[in-house]
Design a protein around this ligand. Sequence first.
Ligand code: THU
Length: 159
Amino acid sequence: MKPVTLTSNFVVYQEDELSAEDREIIAHARKASESSYAPYSAFHVGAALRLSDGTIVAGSNQENASYGITQCAERNALHHAACYYQTQAPTALAIAAETGGQFLDQPIPPCGACRQAILETEHRYGQKIRILLYGAKGTWVCEGIENLLPLQFVGDCLL
Ligand code: THU
């Protein structure tokens, strides 16, 4: 028997401790939450991706009366980037969630399906993505999806 410990590393920043670049992408994620279509959950999520050429691409959650086909903000942003900026690697992703007219104090992490999609994007471009989870009382930041998804199912597992 051999215990295995997996660790995740985050840094929590207050607003005034963030770099201008990080503040900018968070502002885009917050703004994107305004385009959320969430008549069922009233939970408005915005995501913003920074690409290697500096372009920022946003996404928001889009719900459906057939709940299961709802698309999360993160995957909408990732797929938008993949369609329109195929050659630009995503380097950072910010996520912000608002409900009842207020951004949540504590950040929300991406759901499991979005973690898997972020992982695929990192592998596709061979580059880690800086992930910023915005909360009104602090933004949690990590370098790479391994901090949210430590045991990874990737294409190599299929070989
Ligand atoms: N949602 C996201 O957009 N991203 C996440 O990471 C978690 C959940 C959306 C899906 C649904 O529209 C609403 O939040 C409530 O689950």
